[in-house]
Design a protein. Structure first.
Length: 266
């Protein structure tokens, strides 16, 4: 993924849209949309933390292609929090999913019950070794792991934890929103339990809605396992069960502000 291979970006409201970026690791191209913080163009000496988001079609108010007609509105929420001084100024990078290939790219193993999955490592190589270097060259970013976060919901939450565990030197802050812990007989839990060596230096937000029965069981199990591996509730691990919340974009959008305040407080 070289800058020469990427089409000239187009403006989408206050966002920058790179359409159909190709990767040597994946067959499918991906749209990428970047949201810079207020005042980005005024002071060119400043550099900013970066948040990478999966399912990028669903996260920005100003991006007009949300397939479900409901977005998280993270651009609107983040700008309001930045203006209020409640979070650090951030660059947001939304990576569009690959449609029908999403389930393969977002899962670390092949699940025989679904006859799908197993390309998460290749997707992670795309983000870590192609997309992040491109973003770092193109925008004024803080490049260290403690200034680089990743957020995903559902299968995107599963993917986020897996990539954090496999690339802790790249992504130091994670938000797992209603993660699909159930995938492949809870493979992600087995990955945590059987991992050798010390605990990766990761700050983790984990949440789930009280009405997501299948996800609720998995999130509670994951929280217990993370604590057994050394994460500390209230310090480098935050766990939230949201009353009456469903497994949908509207529910995730309602709590994305709390996620950002935890990951990048002022």
């Amino acid at each position: 993924m070289s800058s020469e291979a990427i089409a000239q970006p187009s403006a989408v409201g206050g966002l920058v849209h790179y359409a159909g970026i190709n990767s040597r690791y994946l067959e499918q191209p991906h749209d990428v949309v970047v949201c810079t913080p207020p005042g980005y163009d005024r002071d060119t000496s400043l550099h900013y933390p970066v948040v990478y988001l999966h399912d990028g079609q669903n996260v920005f108010d100003e991006y007009p292609m949300a397939p479900f007609g409901v977005q998280w509105g993270i651009d609107t929420t983040a700008r309001a929090l930045m203006h209020a001084g409640a979070i650090q100024p951030l660059i947001l990078v939304a990576i569009g999913n690959a449609g029908r290939e999403r389930i393969d790219e977002y899962t670390p193993t092949r699940d025989a019950g679904h006859d799908a999955g197993g390309l998460a490592d290749r997707y992670g190589q795309m983000v870590a070794y192609e997309l992040k270097p491109f973003i770092d060259r193109t925008f004024r970013t803080k490049r260290g792991a403690r200034d680089t976060a990743m957020i995903g919901s559902s299968l995107g939450g599963l993917l986020t934890l897996h990539l954090g565990l496999t690339h802790p030197a790249v992504f130091g802050k994670l938000a797992l929103m209603s993660p699909s812990v159930w995938w492949d007989d809870r493979w992600i839990v087995r990955q945590l339990v059987t991992a050798v060596g010390g605990r990766p230096d990761l700050t983790i937000w984990l949440d789930v809605g009280s009405l997501e029965k299948r996800m609720l069981r998995g999130a509670r199990l994951l929280c217990r396992v993370l604590q057994r591996r050394g994460w500390r509730l209230g310090e480098d691990l935050e766990y939230v069960e949201v009353e009456h919340a469903l497994h949908d974009e509207r529910s995730w959008g309602r709590r994305i502000g709390s996620v950002l305040r935890f990951l990048f407080p002022t």
